[in-house]
Design a binder for this molecule. Sequence first.
Ligand code: ADP
Ligand code: MG
Length: 685
Amino acid sequence: MKIPELTPILISKHYTDRQTFLLKKMGIETIEDLMCYFPFRYEDRSKISTLADLILSQETGLIKATVTAHEAFFWQNKRQSKILIQDHSAGAELVPFHIRAIDKMMPIGQEFYIYGKFEFRFNKIQSSNFEFETLDKFSSPLSSLGKLLPIYRLTEGMRLKEFHKILKKAFDLYEKDIIDPIPPYFIKSRNLLSKQECLQQLHYPENIAQTEKARVRGAYEEFLCTRMALELKREQETKILKNHTYDSSSILEEFYKTLPFKMTGAQERVIQEISKDLSTPTSMHRLVQGDVGSGKTTVALAAMLLAAHNGYQAAFLAPTEVLAFQHYKKILPVADLLQIPCALLTGSFSAKNRKPILEGIQKGTLPLIIGTHALFQEEVLYHNLSLVVIDEQHKFGVEQRGMMIRKGENPDILVMTATPIPRTITLALYGDLDISIIDELPAGRQQIITKQIRKNQYPKMLETLQREIIAGRQVFIVCPLIEESEKLENLRSAEQVHQDYKKLFPQYNISLIHGRMSQEEKDLIMKDFSDNKTQILVATTVIEVGIDIPNATVIVVENAERFGLAQLHQLRGRVGRGSHKSYCFAVNQGYEADQRLDIFCSTTDGFIIAEEDLKIRGPGEILGTRQTGVPVFKLANFARDQHILQTATGDAQLIFSQDSHLNLPNHLSLKKFLSLDQEFRVFSG
Ligand code: ADP
Ligand code: MG
């Protein structure tokens, strides 16, 4: 959530150097940042209880009590005061090591509100950790008791009291300047707090219900503005005409003939959707979602062939060299049959090998190009790039995707996910894209039997492994680390596991692959595994995405408790790719049963897994860090706020359909707001 100001007001204007320094450490640079630095919880100091209740519940709380006597005692050779108090339920002693001259502040006979933790000590009810307020002060706005106290994440050297003062000053000076981006008619019809009320209630809450109302208002704003930004971006994109046309689609029939299988209905439907986009005068911006193994890559290849067949170039961008190589190996025979030149380009190519490929790309003699980050480096100049396919799009940052896309002139863009994305996230963050969903797996795919393995079940699991290998199948073992780490005990490293398995199965060929190896080494190891020369491949998550070895039927994930749900699902997708029954063993080396692993074992549906993952981890972790262009949601919670998201999305579309330039008076502050906001961008290009 943001408060727009045309020129941001730096905090140094109003605060001391020390405060400015500390605030900066908390990521606060402007008054706006400060006002939007929200508490992470509230301490309830509003309810008045009794001493008896506090002792019973052992909670910190608020009482109203009368001072009945003063006593003195000696502690560390100093005279200390004790204040005896009494409410209608019990009596207690205040032993304030931290407050001097307490007797004067709390005279006998006077009543006070006291907030603290009371404990049984030396047969008495005592508190050393408390705050108090006179009855007069208690009812004034300056009181820190009798209300909810917002608690902020602070940096060392910044005390809560000081931060409250800093905030107060900002509100005193600038509250009147806060602009509300939400059109007034929606504030009314959606029963929302105004922006000012929202910020007030978050920092100076009346009660818990109001803080939730404020949070809802903030979440609505975050969703509405994100969606508006996406609608605006989409509209701009649909105005740009591309200067390439695809006239013929006859290549598709020829392509299908080269395949040893029939496309699924879902694949055919998505290819139709893509073909339609390709034939329109504006660029395609489409996201293809599908579960692991649903045949996304095959669909992308169809699109690439359409581009090539019509005289243009298509680039396929993959996140790793292993993947790029594997795609190349699959595409090459098809391209050969169809007599369309095709090349691979990755970062590890020598200058000598690179040269002819770069020339081919520049001259246009290479219509199909597959590769990694190498594809969008400066030296690569395309002749007429009309289609960009980005595989596993979340592995690339906004900048990288932009660089790739700018290699063509308004190219058609197809982005693909590794696993399904939760529906709410699609709605909130991918509103600028058309979505295709492949919701059907190729026929004959085997259900993957998934089991959580505890230590005592490991030997039995090894029997299954051996049985599969004897039947001619192959096995992946995935580990969280490459080598042993002193810090992380109880974690199985790939090197260690590799040694262990060599001892367990001396009769088999067992290889090791991880990210620190050179490309040639990795390629060689993958090739041997692919040719069934090795039976067991011990790996780190380098094999996480896309690796396609249909003869592999078992995947063992060591320390499965360390992996995210979506990642586990992605790993599981490495098996069950052929016609053989397959197994995924999630080895839980943790100390406890794991709820996530239970969910993982209970379903192989990636769409369900995605929703569960969102509930457990939140969108930030699912989508990666800031650099991937995910906007920051401070108040919205994707798992909880689905209905708010739906309302806000609908409202954004309504605003947009009625006033796409936001020129109506009711929309001016929203316009100002959006024009300032650079964060709310998912894709650049
Ligand atoms: P994804 O990228 O969605 O994980 P791929 O496109 O890599 O899936 O396809 C996975 C495997 O299934 C590949 O070996 C591919 O050749 C094969 N495949 C794709 N479509 C079909 C289909 N309709 N029928 C059978 N096998 C298919
Ligand atoms: Mg794929």
